[in-house]
Design a protein around this ligand. Structure first.
Ligand code: FPP
Length: 268
């Protein structure tokens, strides 16, 4: 599905979309094969990127934001993939130096302030996955507002995991199920996978098919623990601020060469 480049860019960033003939041919090829419906990305390496340049970690996060905008635009517009989840702040990231935590809070706020109009114009539904109660009240209010205003959009689904932890998400689901059961809201419904997933932040979304992590680390870091059960994992040594659409195509090409078996035996 081609999402309309003729409308407006999903985000306006100072980015150059790949325009080379090689890139266009690759894009056209991957679009003719089965694409992942949902891509999730652990954007790692902002700090190392900055350190390598003698800059502050904050500068790395700033560049990381630019990279995020570039990738959102490429996924939504050029690839026409409907779901993208970006890991922006984990429940463990509170343990970072206070000025870095503050900077990351400012970044999400800036994102919500500056991009909301574009998200609305481009029919993007924004979901912030995570424990909203744990973020400062003014940011929580902006998150709730942006989610509410975009909730009927269907063209592209952008999830930003913020104050997110996979274990916290699962515990929260269990607590809400117990609460609803005690309240009589679940009737006699069996507590099975279908019911459980309705209580996740990603309720009603397909699970990620492709999980990407940058900076060479090979860890899940408490990200989407339930949802990535059968995701294909692709790791690159590239530090997140340097991650470009070309490399996203590498990941998708690799994904398209894999045989997904979901635990079954598949004859070649
Ligand atoms: C991990 O790199 C990165 C983060 C914890 C922050 C990610 C945030 C962004 C990329 C900004 C995008 C924000 C939005 C709202 C889309 P690190 O700092 O752990 O890097 P290091 O391992 O090299 O120190």
């Amino acid at each position: 599905m081609r999402t309309g480049r003729e409308v407006h860019p999903i985000v306006q960033a100072d980015v150059t979309l790949p325009g080379s003939a090689d890139m266009s041919a690759r894009l056209s090829d991957v679009r003719q094969r089965e694409l992942p419906r949902h891509i999730a990305i652990i954007m790692d390496g902002n700090g190392r990127w900055a350190k390598l340049r003698g800059q502050s970690r904050m500068s790395g996060h700033h560049q990381g934001m630019e990279a995020a905008e570039r990738i959102v635009r490429f996924v939504g517009e050029d690839l026409g993939i409907k779901y993208l989840t970006l890991y922006a702040f984990s429940t463990e990231n509170w343990n970072r130096p206070p000025e870095e935590v503050q900077y990351l809070m400012d970044l999400i706020r800036e994102f919500l302030d500056e991009k909301l109009k574009m998200l609305l114009e481009n029919e993007v539904r924004l979901r912030v996955l995570g424990d909203a109660d744990g973020v400062p009240a003014p940011i929580r209010a902006e998150i709730e507002r942006a989610m509410k205003l975009t909730e009927s959009n269907q063209r592209f689904h952008l999830n930003i995991a913020f104050n997110y932890g996979g274990r916290q998400e699962i515990l929260r689901a269990v607590q809400q199920i117990v609460h609803d059961r005690l309240n009589g809201d679940l009737n006699g419904d069996p507590i099975d996978e279908a019911l459980f997933r309705r209580y996740l932040y990603t309720a009603d979304q397909p699970d990620p098919d492709l999980l990407i992590r940058t900076s060479g680390e090979e860890r899940i870091s408490n990200f989407l623990l339930w949802q990535i059960a059968y995701a294909e994992f692709w790791v690159t040594k590239t530090l997140w601020p340097d991650f470009k659409p070309e490399e996203l195509l590498d990941a998708i090409e690799a994904y398209q060469c894999r045989q997904r078996k979901f635990g079954a035996v598949v004859e070649p």
